[in-house]
Design a protein around this ligand. Sequence first.
Ligand code: ACM
Length: 262
Amino acid sequence: MNAGFIQTHPKFGRIKENVEDAAKKIRALDADLVVLPELFSTGYQFRSKEEARKLSEGVDGYAAGRLSEAAKEKNIHIVAGFAEKAGKRAYNSSMLIGPRGVIGVYRKAHLFWDEKKIFSRGDTDFKVYKAGGVKVGMMICFDWIFPEVSRTLALQGAQIICQPSNLVLPYCPQAMITRSLENRVFSITANRVGSEERVRGKRLRFIGTSQIVAPDGSVLYRAAGDGVEAAAMEINPEEALNKDITPVNNLFKDRRRDLFVL
Ligand code: ACM
């Protein structure tokens, strides 16, 4: 299969423009699975809970609708980060969309910095979904620093971890090599570029460098840090099913859970 990402430069608050731009790029990319950045439809730096609530939408919203159309048209799967409205709350969420519409939603468990003032903490489990015969899991950006997240997804059979991101710290792309290697899974990190300073004195610069990593830790593709781009690589998801390190070492079976502190 071909799996990849779109590295975008969203315009804050302009949902229709951001969604149309992403949908156009999805249509132009030869991929069976495409990952979009965190909050791809709204932009990142909300000034208040009220603003987030106003710009958030449900899985019946504009973003989900237009991406579902693209997924149906191309018979593909899409993972996209969005601001999710749920009653009076807004979550920093990610949705998996297939040819028949939205399959699942993950709400970011580990909120980063000022996100804690804006979004409700995620309350969904780390679930694995079937996407065209392949098991995929979702995590969002800062979740990377908690290795339990990718491990939990891998233990449930995830072959590809999809990570919509708005990275500002420099460490994640290197760390995701380890997350892939220590779980023997593919990972796709879709980041954005550009900067936002909607809160005075708090300029955020997003680092791009979206990437696709193989279960052996090799970086199959890494984007530049400063430009919009889309990329997909041919991968064999079956590689992620083999957890043997040597003939007598198995990544999951050898874990000394009797010695671990959780
Ligand atoms: C982040 O979690 N957006 C850094």
